[in-house]
Design a protein around this ligand. Structure first.
Ligand code: NAD
Length: 440
């Protein structure tokens, strides 16, 4: 089938490459000229394990092309996936302006029947608005369908997630669109849930809000563990082994970030408000997430005697999670911002995200590829991203390069007793007696 993807970022490029891999003829469109030039040269615009190989292979096979032109994409694809960004407005609502621009161009360039699919995450009822926008610009007499096929892939394992989804949600309002979309996704051998468009839109917001809620829940429990002397690792295991709850997303830490959870939560809260429901539960999820970072910062302050002025802090991790170079809404960057405001110097390390972080933090931070170098001479170390290279550090060597052996482990990478044995002053999340001390 001829398919076009409008927006060739983390979702669009993976979708395009994987659909080409399934044998479709795909054009990936983006308005970022540099990105398209890079892709045409065989270079990846971002780090995603396994993506470069399938992009190159399908490009050479002639099944995958890249273009700057939505007109070309609209002429080519019978099915058009919109995968542009939907960032938050200052009010928290999803900014749909990129989708609006894309609809205008698709509408104006349609030459026959098209299925226009929302792949971007959008608030419930956006499908109706997309249809109105397309209608406004489409030549009279041309028919089209709007559909919603929300994406559930995770950065860092996006190719695997696309190829092995738990389910595929297809929100449609016509049998014709359903037929085409089922044909595209059937080869993935995953359960397909056919729904109306609004339910599909709501499934995506609800899924992300639920996962964020799990993270905030365990972070709240981590506080209780610290106050009471319990161990959050054991509590998480004890509840996670209940098949109704499950182990995933029960790792306590400095909270969630990334380009999805924070903005999808605020977008869900905003659309709920517009529809007349005050989603207080989700507001508290946001609140607990912010407190998780602040809690780690207060431990650091406590261990450094109440001031960070003139201190140097090593920070391990810049991306919002391991396996990606995406630093959007990364808890690490929020915390580095706070460290700098409090007068500390920062020596940061990340295996793949330094260039992206530099674009935001500039030269206010020193960057290192090597964790030992980042930690050399520091007054304390803050662990912000659970990259496995950090988990495998030689702790004796680490201690020997630091000025003071203080570690605030925002991702619980290390065992408290082992750290103490080596001679670190160590604070994890939800496991150490330090929580009681900081609270006084
Ligand atoms: P991204 O920023 O990586 O990619 C978006 C791309 O769209 C960019 O390359 C941008 O240049 C392009 N673009 C913007 N306006 C355009 C226009 N008018 N014409 C053509 N191209 C345009 O974003 P992403 O992470 O891929 O997210 C896209 C959508 O998918 C968002 O709604 C997001 O919430 C959703 N989503 C993201 C993930 C994820 O893990 N990143 C997972 C599921 C869903």
């Amino acid at each position: 089938m001829n398919i076009s993807i409008i927006g060739s970022g983390h979702v669009g490029l993976v979708t395009g490459a994987c659909l080409a891999e399934l044998g479709h003829c795909v054009v990936c469109v983006d308005n970022d000229e540099e990105k398209i030039e890079k892709l045409n040269r065989g270079e990846m615009p971002f780090y995603e394990p396994g993506l470069q190989e399938i992009v190159r292979f399908n490009f050479l096979e002639g099944r995958l092309r890249f273009s700057n032109s939505i007109a070309e994409g609209t002429r080519h694809g019978e099915v058009l996936f919109i995968a542009v960004g939907t960032p938050p407005k200052p009010t928290g609502e999803a900014d749909l302006s990129a989708i609006e621009r894309v609809c205008r161009e698709i509408g104006a360039n349609m030459t026959g029947y098209r299925v226009v699919v929302e792949k971007s995450t959008v608030p419930v009822q956006t499908g109706e608005w997309v249809a109105r926008n397309l209608q406004k610009y489409a030549p009279t007499g041309l028919t089209f369908d709007v559909a919603s096929v929300p994406e559930f892939l995770r950065e860092g394992s996006a190719v695997h997630d696309f190829k092995h989804p738990d389910r595929i949600v297809i929100g449609v309002s016509s049998d014709r669109a359903a037929g085409l979309l089922v044909k595209i996704f059937e080869p993935l051998n995953a359960p397909i849930l056919l729904t109306d468009i609004k339910s599909a839109e709501l499934i995506k917001h609800s899924a992300n809000a639920f996962l964020a809620m799990k993270i905030s829940f365990i972070n709240a429990v981590a506080h209780i563990c610290e106050i009471s002397g319990a161990d959050v690792g054991k509590v998480a295991k004890g509840i996670g082994l209940d098949s109704r709850i499950g182990m995933e997303f029960l790792q306590p830490g400095i909270g969630f970030g990334g380009s999805c959870f924070p903005k999808d939560l605020s977008g869900f809260i905003a659309i709920s408000q517009q529809l007349g429901y005050d989603f207080q539960l989700l507001k508290e999820v946001e609140n607990i997430n912010r407190l998780a970072r602040e809690w780690a910062m207060s431990k650091l302050l406590h261990l450094l005697g109440g001031s960070l002025l003139g201190r140097t802090i090593g920070v391990l991790g810049l991306s919002f999670k391991p396996g990606t170079d995406d630093v959007r809404e990364s808890p690490a960057l929020w915390m580095i911002g706070d460290l700098l405001k409090m007068g500390a110097g920062v020596r940061a390390c990340d295996p793949v995200s330094i260039e992206n972080a530099r674009q935001i933090l500039g030269d206010s931070v020193e960057y290192f590829q090597d964790p030992y170098e980042a930690c050399t001479g520091v007054d304390a170390l803050l662990i912000t991203t659970e990259w496995s290279v950090f988990r495998e550090l030689n702790l004796l060597h680490l201690k020997s390069v630091m000025k003071t052996p203080i570690v605030v482990d925002g991702r619980n990478l290390f065992e408290p007793f082992r750290m103490k044995e080596i001679g670190f002053q160590y604070a994890g999340v939800g496991r150490a007696a330090l929580g009681q001390e900081v609270r006084g």
